[in-house]
Design a protein around this ligand. Structure first.
Ligand code: SAM
Length: 186
C-alpha cells in the first residue's frame, strides 16, 4: 500500500501486517518486558517526549510514568491502527499526559520547538524519505533536543549515512543499537 504525501513516497504497513506485528510484540513482551528499556534514555520528570513511530505503544505507559504529571508524551505514528491501539492504552491505564498524533506522511501536527527528547525505535529503516523525516524531527525538537534513533533493520553504516546526508542532526554518541543525535540549526 503506497501513499504519496508531503513530496515523498511512504510505505504504510497493510493492516494485517500491523496486527501481526502487534501480536508478535505482545508475545515478546510477555516473555521479555521491553518497556523499561527506555529508562536509560535519561527522560526527566516534567519533560516533553515524543515516541515517533510508536506502533502499538509498547513504551507509552513507561514514558508517561517517567515524564510524570507535569510532563507530556506524544505518541506519533503514520498508521491509524497504532493510534487506535495507543488510545485504548490511555483509557485502560487512565494516562492523562499522553497525546496521540497521526502523521500525514512525514508531516506531523506538533508545534516547532516542542520536544526535549524524541525516540524513534525500530522504525528508521521503514522511512523512505529520510531527509524530510529528519528535518521534521529537527523542527519539532527544542534547540537542545536529544534524538534517539534506533537502527532497526538497517546497518549502522546506513543509519549514519542518512543522518549525515540530512545535514540537520549531528551524531553525538553511538550505542550498540542506536545513535544519540543533537540538532543542527540553520
Ligand atoms: C516496527 S514498528 C515499531 C513500533 C515501536 N517503535 C516499537 O519499537 O515497539 C514501526 C512503526 O513505525 C511506524 N512508521 C513507519 N514509518 C513511519 C513514519 N514515516 N512516520 C511515523 N510512523 C512511521 C509504523 O507505522 C509502525 O507502527
Amino acid at each position: 500500500m503506497k501513499d504519496v504525501r508531503y513530496g515523498s513516497e511512504i510505505d504504510k504497513m497493510p493492516n494485517v501486517a500491523f496486527r501481526l506485528m502487534t501480536l508478535v510484540f505482545r508475545i515478546r513482551n510477555f516473555f521479555k518486558p521491553m518497556s523499561r528499556s527506555i529508562d536509560k534514555f535519561g527522560i526527566k520528570k516534567g519533560s516533553v517526549v515524543i515516541d515517533y513511530g510508536c506502533g502499538p505503544g509498547m513504551y507509552i505507559k513507561r514514558a508517561s510514568e517517567l515524564v510524570g504529571d507535569e510532563g507530556l508524551v506524544y505518541a506519533v505514528d503514520i498508521h491509524e491502527l497504532a493510534i487506535k491501539s495507543v488510545k485504548k492504552l490511555l483509557a485502560k491505564y487512565k494516562l492523562c499526559n499522553v497525546k496521540t498524533v497521526q502523521t500525514d506522511g512525514n508531516k506531523v501536527e506538533i508545534s516547532d520547538n516542542t520536544a526535549d527528547l524524541i525516540f524513534a525505535l525500530d522504525m528508521f529503516h521503514m522511512v523512505k524519505d529520510y531527509r524530510s523525516f529528519l528535518l521534521e524531527l529537527n523542527r519539532i525538537g527544542k534547540r537542545d533536543c536529544t534524538l534517539i534513533l534506533e537502527d532497526g533493520h538497517q546497518s549502522r553504516i546506513k543509519s549514519k549515512e542518512k543522518v549525515d546526508k540530512s545535514g540537520c542532526w549531528e551524531i553525538e554518541k553511538e550505542y550498540k543499537k542506536y545513535l544519540i543525535c543533537k540538532p543542527n540549526f540553520f
